[in-house]
Design a protein around this ligand. Structure first.
Ligand code: MN
Length: 236
């Protein structure tokens, strides 16, 4: 009887520990962030046509409902037998080299797009004075930052992402990554916490802009959600 109880408790503890562990880590590193309760497929925070004419409704629908959903579902299938299923993505990326390519590519696709949807808005939003000051310190001015970011997005070869991120020293930097990689990955050449993400895969712009990626990048500034971007900066 005693022995059975003991095994029962151990069994429970063994299952619960990884979940509690990751929730605690997420909570202690970013106190404002909600506690991790499992991966979910987020709602798009606006209608498919909300970012017209800069991002057309058809592109948004295909991008969200086909590409993004595909990454999420494939990530969930690949994560099922690993601790990635019960870990916040930040923790998965911190040891991404330990996982297989399906988790890297689809986990990146799931996470990167979640940031991307949220850092765009149909509303006119204002940058915080803290982020404005930080961009001026790191790049010279907000306009200089935009130029640096846009150049990274326009010149990135092939599929990938442009990023504004904060390094562990608190300094802001611009970089681009291939495929669905991001600066949180432990083998990323430049590592940091993402603040602003721009998808430069052709599926993000080809229906409307065809081969004119620079035009898509320049138009992006009209739909940046500076409120969300400023909030991320506050949390790094
Ligand atoms: Mn995409």
């Amino acid at each position: 009887m005693e022995r059975r109880n003991f095994i029962g408790i151990l069994g429970t503890a063994a299952v619960a520990a990884p979940v509690l562990g990751s929730a605690f880590a997420a909570c202690s590193s970013e106190s404002k962030k909600k506690i991790f309760t499992g991966h979910e497929f987020p709602n798009l925070p606006y209608a498919y046509d909300a970012l017209e004419p800069i991002i057309d409704a058809k592109t948004m629908e295909l991008h969200y409902d086909k590409h993004y959903r595909g990454y999420f579902e494939k990530f969930m299938a690949a994560a099922k037998e690993t601790d990635a299923a019960a870990s916040p993505m930040e923790e998965v990326f911190a040891k991404i080299t330990q996982y297989d390519a399906a988790i890297r590519n689809n986990g990146g696709g799931y996470y990167n797009h979640s940031l991307f949807w949220e850092n765009m808005s149909p509303e006119k939003t204002a940058i915080s004075s803290a982020l404005e000051k930080a961009l001026a310190e790191n790049f010279g001015s907000v306009d200089k930052f935009k130029e640096t970011f846009a150049t990274a997005a326009k010149t990135h070869f092939g599929s990938g992402w442009a990023w504004l991120a904060a390094g562990s020293d608190g300094k802001l930097f611009v970089t681009s990554t291939a495929n669905q990689d991001n600066p949180l990955m432990n083998d990323s050449p430049k590592q940091g916490k993402p603040i602003l993400a721009l998808d430069v895969w052709e599926h993000a712009y080809y229906l409307k802009y065809q081969n004119r990626r620079p035009e898509y990048v320049d138009q992006f500034w009209n739909i940046v959600n500076w409120e969300e971007v400023s909030r991320r900066y506050d949390n790094v």
